[in-house]
Design a protein around this ligand. Structure first.
Ligand code: ADP
Ligand code: NA
Length: 329
């Protein structure tokens, strides 16, 4: 009986890249036309599970808000807010943590992967999927757009919701992950891997506020292979396939169409790179102009986040009242 509601979060880690845009942000923009209720959360409490520079973190929170708005997130349609300003996230995370066993968290693939990379992983890194469950359940979200790597965390969310509902009182609805069938954008420098903020080489990713010159340079230096033909072979020729995927994501044309295109058939990878640059620049130019304008209008960004906080708080507090009552607190 819970109305459809979307919740999604993104960590404030600098300016997003085109993988984040194509794989997540653009999908949220579309969802604004399909759902009446959408919450988009800049999940700063998730960021601090690993060390952060306070000044950079604060800047990144504003940058992420600016980027989301520049990409088409409309603060009139979506509740855009900063996680740590709604105190109920931490409160519900504690409650859910008390319902969660250690093996349940130890078995999560992301924990295994992340804790190995970390010299002394903290408790927050271990329990952050519980915080993620709290983020979703606090708003009784029904639809959670996530990347494939988050599927286990949505299963954990459902498990925690069910066990709370069973033990205490029926508070939480069923939520489902919605995974868009978008192509993964690969690293420009290492096309075996996905494009990621965590790759050291800045040439490996195109950020949403890159200038046209910078975009051209990065695409020009993108690793392909020794053949200069333009063919779509993701397995054998991931670098070239990635350029086609990027072209497809930004122009809307399918890979088959691109490869059938007589005009393109006559192209070598060098010429194709120029064409890819054109379609990427065409989409990103208005976005990066808007990012720059919004970065200079901190008052506006503060107002949007404050407004989002107030709207999110109303829903969060209502849920927490039910949770506290159910628990006997
Ligand atoms: P990163 O790897 O750059 O840190 P995140 O893990 O923070 O990115 O992902 C944020 C969102 O962007 C997720 O929904 C994720 O699925 C999506 N995403 C990240 N990288 C890519 C990519 N290379 N291609 C498509 N989507 C991506
Ligand atoms: Na990541």
């Amino acid at each position: 009986d819970c109305p459809p509601r979307v919740f999604s979060g993104i960590q404030p880690t600098g300016i997003p890249h085109i993988g984040n845009y194509v794989g997540a942000i653009r999908n949220w923009v579309d969802l604004q036309h399909k759902f009446d209720s959408i919450l988009l959360c800049v999940v700063d409490l998730h960021s601090i599970t690993v060390p952060q520079d306070p000044k950079e973190l604060r800047q990144s929170i504003f940058d992420m808000a600016a980027c989301l708005i520049a990409c088409g997130i409309d603060p009139e349609k979506s509740i855009l807010f900063q996680q740590s300003t709604v105190l109920q996230h931490a409160e519900l995370a504690w409650v859910l943590g008390c319902q969660c066993t250690l093996p349940r968290l130890e078995h999560l693939p992301q924990w295994k992967e992340k804790s190995q990379k970390c010299k002394e992983p903290g408790l927050g890194l271990f329990t952050y999927p519980v915080l993620q469950a709290a983020d979703i359940l606090l708003y009784k979200a029904t639809d959670v757009p996530v990347g494939e790597d988050q599927i286990h965390h949505i299963e954990l969310t459902r498990h925690l919701a069910r066990s709370f509902n069973r033990k205490y009182s029926l508070v939480f609805p069923h939520c489902k992950a919605t995974i868009g069938d978008v192509a993964k954008i690969r690293s420009l420098r290492n096309p075996e891997a996905k494009m990621s903020k965590s790759e050291a080489d800045p040439l490996s990713r195109i950020e949403l506020n890159d200038t046209p010159d910078k975009i051209a340079e990065k695409i020009k230096k993108a690793i392909t292979d020794c053949s200069s033909e333009v063919t779509y072979e993701p397995e054998n020729r991931p670098g070239v396939a990635n350029l086609i995927d990027i072209h497809m994501a930004f122009s809307g044309e399918f890979a088959e169409t691109i490869c059938e295109d007589a005009y393109l058939k006559a192209m070598d990878t060098g010429m194709f790179k120029t064409r890819v640059t054109e379609v990427v620049v065409e989409t990103l130019k208005p976005i990066s102009d808007t990012i720059l304008r919004l970065q200079q209008d901190k008052g506006y960004l503060e107002k949007v986040l404050k407004n989002g906080q107030q709207q999110a708080e109303v829903i969060a507090e209502q849920t927490m009242r039910e949770v506290r009552e159910g628990l006997g607190l």
